[in-house]
Design a protein around this ligand. Structure first.
Ligand SMILES: *Cc1c(COP(=O)(O)O)cnc(C)c1O
Length: 391
């Protein structure tokens, strides 16, 4: 049996190891923030944003950013139904109500028309998640934000390297959040970052991130609010500094892998992959294939073929509104139908061309064996399916 192809694996070189070893040996006492400061400075410079705060996760960064906006009980936050749970969890934890809306057919990101339709006097924020490296329509979302006075914030966890008409993902909204989890393009093991160009918001988050202690307060150990403890360690930041020095290489390889898949699959009818619209750059975090409803190709068939070929198959995000803790919204027809005929493809830095070819062959084989069916595919999440018991 050929070696298993994992869907993700970080690229760690001697540079990361040497910085981490230095932080472990010397990054204490007076130097305990050196790598954190350096990582924040470097990250700001890379993005072109004014302020950055390193965190223990993207989830924590989003939690603090929304808290700094004053999101709380009685408020609504609009976001795409297609999202990782990490994006919506802070909304719920702050006591606000998530309003889960449908996605666009090509980018699989939030549909601005749907966002606008769901704005109410209670809406406190719009979260734009750049899914799999694909960019939200930021012009439309920022325009809605301007007209309604509702801040747009970005979950750019999957979008390092993505650029919208000259502006990098994460620094277009009031704030942006990033993840450096082990599966992401740039990793620190666990970690995240909040970036913003808004000084007042930055200062609020900085205070919240330090257990409510205002920087520069002459009175030591004096919290002025109940805050959070979502900090990155100096050792994690050291790994981040090394990864950041290699960011062009890391993103470049992601883009190369996506392009290679597109080349292999160019002849396959009825599929869509991560788009790159004019004027944008896709950071290509996770190459993804969506089969059209008429192809007959299902997630189950894809999972089966991939397993037989010893390849990791990662499922497209389940709609949040299909999960037991949220109100069901099957009217979000794209968010509900796409996952049943889609798959995320392996894309780690050191993948070989032969491995990319193996994955492409598995896809082509599944497509050939697909049974054409009626175009309006039955969603895996429709209540009739969920309650039907075993097929
Ligand atoms: C990975 C991810 C997160 C969570 O990041 P953590 O650092 O694990 O908290 C949030 N949103 C999206 C879209 C992600 O992909």
């Amino acid at each position: 049996m050929s070696e298993r192809i994992l869907y993700t694996k970080p690229s760690i070189t001697e540079l990361e190891a040497s910085y981490a070893a230095d932080a472990a040996a010397n990054g204490w006492g007076a130097r305990c923030y050196d790598y954190i400061d350096r990582f924040e400075r470097g990250f700001k410079a890379h993005l072109g944003s004014e302020f950055a705060i390193a965190t223990s996760s993207c989830t924590g960064a989003m939690h603090m950013g929304l808290a700094a906006l004053g999101v709380g009980h009685g408020d609504e936050v609009v976001l795409a139904d297609t999202n990782w749970i990490a994006t919506v969890a802070p909304v719920v934890q702050l006591g606000a109500t998530p309003v889960l809306v449908d996605i666009l057919p090509d980018t699989w990101c939030v549909d601005p028309g749907e966002v606008e339709r769901h704005i109410t006097p209670r809406t406190r924020a719009i979260i734009a998640t750049h899914l799999y490296g694909n960019l939200c329509d930021m012009d439309a979302l920022l325009d809605i934000g301007r007209r309604t006075g509702v801040p747009v914030v970005e979950d750019a966890a999957e979008a390092i390297g993505s650029v919208w008409h000259g502006r990098r993902a994460g620094c277009m909204g009031l704030f942006g959040t990033f993840s450096f989890h082990g599966t992401k393009t740039l990793t620190t093991g666990e970690g995240g970052m909040l970036v913003t160009n808004d000084r007042a918001l930055y200062e609020r988050v900085l205070t919240l991130s330090n257990h409510g202690r205002r920087p520069g307060n002459a009175r030591a150990f004096w919290p002025e609010a109940v805050g959070f403890k979502y900090k990155m360690s100096n050792i994690q930041a050291a790994i981040g500094c090394a990864q950041l020095e290699r960011i062009d290489e890391l993103v470049g390889r992601k883009r190369e892998i996506l392009a290679s898949y597109k080349g292999h699959l160019a002849g396959l009818p009825g599929i869509a992959m991560n788009p790159e619209h004019e004027g944008t750059t896709n950071g290509a975090w996770m190459p993804t294939v969506v089969f059209n409803g008429a192809s007959g190709v299902t997630r189950a068939a894809l999972e089966q073929t991939f397993e037989a070929a010893n390849i990791d198959a990662r499922v497209f995000f389940h709609p949040l509104s299909s999960l037991p803790m949220f109100e069901s919204r099957p009217q979000n027809t794209r968010a509900w139908s796409i996952p049943g005929r889609a798959i995320n493809l392996p894309s780690y830095h050191d993948m070989t061309d032969a491995q990319i070819g193996r994955v492409a062959s598995a896809l082509i084989a599944t497509a050939r064996s697909g049974q054409p069916r009626r175009a309006a595919a039955v969603s895996d999440y429709e209540p009739s399916f969920l309650h039907a018991g075993t097929p």
